[in-house]
Design a binder for this molecule. Structure first.
Ligand code: NDP
Length: 501
């Protein structure tokens, strides 16, 4: 299929298109390397003002921004629908989640990031020990198109709340949503100098220019392959990075789980947003004794689920046309190698929309089980017990999220999944709880956004040891240490640490 967007974009402009109709949404001039440097320099200047606001001032500005976006919700819901393709109800949920996290960050930054005093210990009892969490300076945020506001906002809002200024590079597929989000901050805070939150538009080169610029930290959300490129570029300046990359999340369905509720949640978790969700469910491991019941319930849960762009559609078109080829490759590979299509099949893949596809018992080494499919597809694998389910679920390179359905063993099984975030008896619940950190392991990346860890991710930890008064005769950290103190040292070692445990 020809990707009209790839044909019509020019090097000097980035233009987005409605994935349901190919109509142009908006067009922006591309920022080249010099532009990016200018925007970063302006962000650095604005940082002086932003830091002066302190936690209370920043909270006020961030909450004003949230309330401006809430008051102008119809604009952004319409734009999310047009540019990304998702139904308006899903766009509304995306806005709500964005605002929940933003408001949590604004309200909790002071509590999480204020100075901490700790006990100095016996040896340096004449000191006070203080840990501070200071802003890095300018944070560069590179975001994807699947949740074009919620996902980058998990970095943008937390970085701002922690006192950084931010330069945001949205995906070339959703520049208008990114632009609206950034302009909303200025509209809500007209007294703020330019540069507290800025945007740079363009393609991969603009993202690479941002990663290589003078920013003090990079927050990347996107595919694992691009994440590696961003890290390599950031390494040139030793710029620290937080990597939120792809996933291949598994749901475990135990015999003691609520099978109907599991099927209902997994139907949504796998197909919503056309399956283009980093923490969407792509694999299920279900115990043999409840397998057929699960499939029947899944069929029922998906019976009225259909893609489209009208008000009745449960999810939209594929946002990025090139992804349709990936979905086809994964489905064909799984079916050719022994999987059985129990819902939909290759014919469900259109040139814009993909209807739900569920494949039963494909081999574990097929693409649909090992690689991120990012489409409305699901593999269901029958297992003898939950030990086998955990082993197979952990047998992929990714470690982003997961789900467990079990009445008695939910927490235990969740703990055994190699994943950064897990929901028990639901899917994706962790993404809607602002106090819970979010991030992955392995090929899904490292570092955390959201929650207290997310605020600290955008802070430099600084420790200050303050000698309040000298202890007469006990100069430990000095060439003028007395012979008596030196002689005492081995006895202190023995006294403090030789006790048998
Ligand atoms: P990509 O990796 O293709 O792109 C992500 C961003 O990186 C885009 O803004 C892109 O710009 C930019 N970019 C591309 N090349 C470079 C480069 N060389 N240097 C710097 N930046 C570059 O991801 P997608 O946009 O396709 O997003 C989907 C992926 O994101 C999926 O893998 C999904 O799982 C993951 N994701 C992870 C989440 C998480 O929290 N872990 C959340 C949401 C999505 P451009 O678009 O202009 O090419």
């Amino acid at each position: 299929m020809t990707d009209v967007r790839d044909v019509e974009i020019s090097a000097s402009h980035v233009e987005s298109f409605d994935p349901a109709s190919d109509e142009s949404v908006m067009r922006f001039a591309v920022h080249d390397r010099a532009d990016v440097e200018r925007v970063v320099a302006q962000a650095r200047q604005a940082g002086v003002w932003w830091r002066e606001q302190g936690f209370a001032g920043r909270k006020k500005h961030l909450l004003r921004w949230a309330s401006w976006m809430a008051s102008h919700r119809t604009e952004i819901i319409e734009l999310l629908h047009r540019e990304n393709g998702k139904p308006k109800a899903d766009a509304t949920i995306e806005l709500l989640m964005t605002l929940e996290h933003l408001s949590w960050a604004a309200r909790n930054a002071h509590r999480v990031l204020r100075d901490r005093r700790s006990l100095p210990g016996l040896l340096l009892a004449n000191y006070t020990a203080t840990t501070s969490f200071l802003p890095f300076g300018v944070v560069g945020v590179i975001g994807p198109w699947n949740y074009p506001m919620y996902t980058p906002s998990g970095s943008v809002a937390l970085a701002l709340a922690a006192g950084n200024t931010v330069v945001f590079k949205p995906s070339e597929y959703t520049p208008a949503v990114g632009d609206w989000y950034v302009k909303a901050f200025a509209a809500a805070n007209p007294e703020a100098p330019a540069g507290v939150l800025s945007i740079v538009h363009g393609f991969g080169e603009t993202g690479a220019a941002l990663a290589e610029s003078q920013v003090d930290k990079i927050a990347f959300t996107g595919s694992t392959a691009t994440g590696k490129k961003v890290m390599a570029v950031a390494a040139r300046n030793l710029t620290p990075v937080v990597m939120e990359c792809g996933g291949k999340d598994a749901a475990l369905v135990a015999a003691d789980g609520d099978i109907r509720a599991a099927a209902d949640a997994i139907a949504w978790g796998s197909m919503a947003n056309s399956g283009q969700t980093c923490v969407g469910i792509e694999r299920v491991y279900v115990e043999r004794s409840v397998r057929d019941r699960f499939i029947a319930e899944l069929r029922a849960a998906l019976s009225n689920v259909a893609p489209g762009s009208d008000a009745r559609a449960t999810y939209g078109p594929m946002t990025m046309p090139a992804q349709i080829g990936v979905v086809r490759e994964h489905v064909e590979d799984a079916l050719r190698r022994g999987g059985t299509a129990v819902i939909g099949g290759v014919d469900s893949i259109g040139d814009r929309y993909i209807s739900p596809i569920v494949i039963l018992d494909p081999p574990e080494d097929c693409l649909a089980v090992q690689e991120e499919t990012f489409g409305p597809t699901l593999t269901v694998t029958t297992v003898a017990d939950m030990d086998e389910a955990v082993r197979l679920a952990n047998g992929v390179a990714y470690g982003l999220g997961g789900a467990v359905f079990s009445r008695r063993r939910g927490r235990e099984l969740a703990a055994r999944l190699d994943a950064g975030v897990v929901s028990v008896n639901s899917v994706v619940g962790f993404a809607g709880i602002p106090s819970l950190p979010l991030g992955g392991t392995g090929a899904s990346g490292f570092g955390r956004i959201h929650g207290p860890e997310g605020l600290r991710e955008f802070s430099v930890t600084k420790s200050i040891a303050h000698q309040r008064f000298p202890i007469p005769g006990l100069r430990l950290l000095s060439f003028r240490r007395s012979a008596a103190v030196t002689a005492l040292l081995p006895r202190i070692v023995a006294f403090r640490h030789s006790r048998r445990h």
